[in-house]
Design a protein around this ligand. Structure first.
Ligand SMILES: Cc1cc2nc3c(=O)[nH]c(=O)nc-3n(C[C@H](O)[C@H](O)[C@H](O)COP(=O)(O)O)c2cc1C
Length: 177
């Protein structure tokens, strides 16, 4: 039976999980689950960052960011980069991750991640919400030959999970060309 909820926040709580990514800009790393594909053509993604984060300040200034997809084995690094601010700390050092200079962006991407996207900000959404969204056009793509999409992580409301079983459609590896 469907029930109307007075608490509108329950509409957010009811949502399924979102992919977890490392957002890199300049020489900083943060974790974001407010991440989504935005457009096929041109290939673009969007990420939602709270304005008090150091990453927000850096992306606003540099107009670029990297999206780095972690694996489930990197949960310890997710906890570090998703809790400490990089304003006074070097998270590459603390999380034992290797910064790799981007080809198309001035910022670093993460060597240990199987997928990294170099993005240039094409639009910043001005809307009075907790997260400020940046749309980034993908300018360079790095994918490890061994990468399988099922190794990525999903997150929502304190719960990490893997992607889950395919119930219809082609196998993931067949889709990458
Ligand atoms: C699983 C997970 C998901 C997160 N998702 C977001 C997010 O989507 N947006 C955001 O602003 N912060 C998010 N955070 C929090 C930031 O990653 C965290 O506050 C980080 O320390 C900010 O670093 P900075 O100050 O160096 O930018 C998330 C943290 C975790 C652990």
């Amino acid at each position: 039976m469907h029930r109307v909820h007075d608490n509108l926040f329950n509409g957010i709580i009811a949502l399924p999980s979102f992919p977890v990514v490392f957002v890199t800009v300049d020489r900083n790393i943060m974790v974001a689950a407010a991440f989504h594909f935005y457009s096929f053509c041109p290939p673009s993604v969007m990420v939602g960052i709270k304005p008090e984060k150091y990453t927000y300040e850096l992306i606003s200034k540099k107009k670029e960011f990297g999206i780095n997809i972690p694996t489930k084995d990197q949960l310890d690094k997710i906890h570090i980069c998703g809790s400490i601010s990089g304003r006074h700390e070097d998270k590459y050092k603390i999380a034992d991750l290797t910064p790799k200079k981007g080809n198309k962006i001035d910022s670093y991407i993460i060597e240990e991640c199987p997928v990294s996207l170099e993005c240039k900000v094409v639009h910043q959404i001005e809307y009075e919400g907790s997260h400020k969204w940046f749309i980034g056009e993908i300018k360079e793509v790095h994918i490890d030959d061994e990468y399988v999409r099922d190794s990525a992580l999903m997150f929502w409301l304190g719960q990490f999970r893997t992607v889950g079983e395919v119930i219809e459609g082609a196998s993931n590896s067949e889709l990458l060309r």
